[in-house]
Design a protein around this ligand. Structure first.
Ligand code: NAD
Ligand code: SIN
Length: 483
């Protein structure tokens, strides 16, 4: 049963969709997708459920969200296995994803109270009161790389705020989407408050074209720009776009192996399939830079790459698909053609499925490379003469998601902190360090200034300012210009 519309799980009427384990090719999920009519039906079911859900006292919505978290906890191993099989990420990492999903509930309750709660101030006439109201029906489109955690980061705050939803998971990870929604319905969510449609871009486009009040999107910058165009003549539709990046990491001073541990975690975790992964490593020219690059190469050679359930456990798995590997390898070939020099070749791994690639390191110093995200374990090395040039190189991107500095020098950190253009800016920590207790989002082509995580509460409700007097008071005497 691939769709949840209102109170009914049912078959889709569209094309057949299949997700597979990218390491083995085993089929994980196979069902029919939604049609445009299914999408419209799901939005209508959400619209029908919306007012009752929005009127439910917040405490009851919170209690339901906590039941959902408890069910995720009970099903932790099974959901992690589903995530790992569909994405190829190792079991240990899928378990951390489920833990983030569970933690999202309490973090969102706190965020909502702080950023979208109610407050009141006494005024001469009575009270000035700030309240927040839900938008209505939100469409949530999820990416494949965190198929549970990232849509959950929209869904939990949107439901707490009183919105109803239609969720479309990535076409690469439908089983994870289904497992999430089953936990919500098993937690006792009223019918129609969340609905599920499955399918690819066309199904996403049909959902976006339906009668929605908001679109909460995590995915590529290209798709984000297309969705902005698709909703351009509907300014009333709230749009939260969490997009990709071409993230810089300046590694400047410190013990070379310690630096390498931060670089490798930044660039290669999740096989480079995190929006926050470092794509560009900026190092000083000369011996200090050479030592850093050598240490990164040595540590890269030690990374174990394997299937999600292999023993001993791998550092990372394959890419999401052979097609994703083809795209990334083509981007690498362009860098080589343009003059990039391989330090560690980015290539398929023989004896493995075509989705497996070995992490690559390429020196692109002096080469005018495209400012594109390569969503794979490929790190471009740029050597610079001084720290000003490092800052310039880091900021030379249309994106602005994550960035980092590895240095013990407080003065350099102060300079970079003031000059960097990114929504996540870390020091001596991987660029991939995100937390639900902080906002997460970028500037430039990385989003539309509606950060998610702790600030998701902001785009899930609109503020209402009320100036309230409890009794009708005659104000004729206060009117100016009255005879
Ligand atoms: P994607 O853009 O290909 O797809 C994301 C979702 O949007 C999928 O459900 C897809 O079916 C749908 N979609 C794509 N194009 C569409 C269109 N034109 N109309 C309607 N729906 C459409 O992204 P992906 O490959 O699943 O995920 C990887 C991308 O997501 C990377 O670029 C990564 O940087 C980004 N990402 C961003 C964040 C963030 O928080 N900023 C987090 C994770 C991933
Ligand atoms: C990502 O890097 O793709 C998501 C980061 C997060 O929210 O943990």
């Amino acid at each position: 049963m691939s769709l949840l519309i209102g109170d009914r799980w049912r078959e889709g009427c569209g094309e057949r969709l299949r997700s597979t384990d990218p390491a083995s090719g085993d089929v994980v999920w196979e069902e029919k997708t939604a049609t445009a009519a299914d999408c419209a039906g799901a939005v209508a079911a959400a619209r029908h459920a919306f007012s009752g859900w929005a009127r439910m006292p917040l405490g009851e919505r919170i209690a339901l969200a906590r039941r959902f978290a408890a069910l995720l906890s009970d099903r932790r191993e099974a959901i992690a296995a589903t995530i790992a099989r569909e994405t190829g990420k190792p079991r240990w990492e899928a378990l951390t994803e489920v833990a983030s999903m569970i933690g999202k509930v309490d973090a969102s309750v706190a965020a909502q109270a702080e950023r979208a709660g109610e407050r009141s101030a006494a005024a001469a006439f009575g009270d000035a009161v700030l309240r927040h109201r839900p938008h209505g029906v939100m469409a949530v489109l999820g990416p494949f790389n965190f198929p549970g955690h990232l849509p959950n980061g929209h869904i939990v705050p949107a439901l707490l705020a009183g919105n109803a939803l239609v969720f479309k998971p990535s076409e690469e990870t439908p089983a994870t989407g289904e497992a999430m929604l089953r936990a919500w319905t098993d937690a006792g969510l009223p019918p129609g408050v969340v609905n599920l449609v499955q399918g690819g871009r066309e199904v996403g486009a049909a959902l976006v074209g339906a009668d929605i009040d908001g679109l909460l999107f995590t995915g590529s910058a290209t798709a984000g720009a297309a969705l902005r165009r698709a909703t351009g003549n509907r300014p009333e539709v709230i749009l939260a776009l969490e997009l990709g990046g071409n993230n810089p990491l300046i590694a400047w001073d410190g013990d070379a192996e310690a630096i390498a541990s931060i670089v490798v975690q930044s660039a290669f975790v999740t096989a480079g399939q995190r929006c926050s992964c470092a794509r560009r490593l900026i190092v000083p020219d000369g011996a200090a830079g050479d030592a850093i690059v050598d240490a990164v190469a040595v540590l890269t050679d030690r990374l174990r790459i394997g299937a999600w359930n292999e023993v001993p456990e791998p550092f990372c798995g394959p890419l999401i698909s052979a097609a994703a590997a083809d795209r990334a390898l083509a981007q690498y070939a362009t860098l080589v053609e343009m003059g990039g020099r391989a330090i560690r070749e980015f290539a398929r791994i023989s004896g493995r499925s075509d989705a497996f690639v070995a992490p690559g390191l390429i020196d692109v110093t002096g080469v005018s490379v495209p400012d594109e995200e390569v969503f794979a374990p490929l790190l471009q090395v740029i050597r610079v003469a001084d720290f000003d040039a490092a800052i310039d190189a880091a900021n030379a991107t249309r994106f602005g998601l994550a960035a980092g500095l590895v240095s013990d020098d407080d003065e350099l950190w102060a300079r970079y902190r003031d000059a960097a253009r990114a929504g996540v800016l870390n020091r001596n920590r991987p660029t991939t360090g995100a937390a639900g207790t902080m906002p997460f989002g970028g500037i430039g082509a990385s989003g539309n200034h509606r950060p998610s995580a702790y600030y998701a509460a902001d785009y899930c409700a609109y503020p209402v300012a009320s100036f309230e007097a409890a009794r009708v008071v005659n104000q004729v005497a206060d009117l100016r210009g009255v005879a």
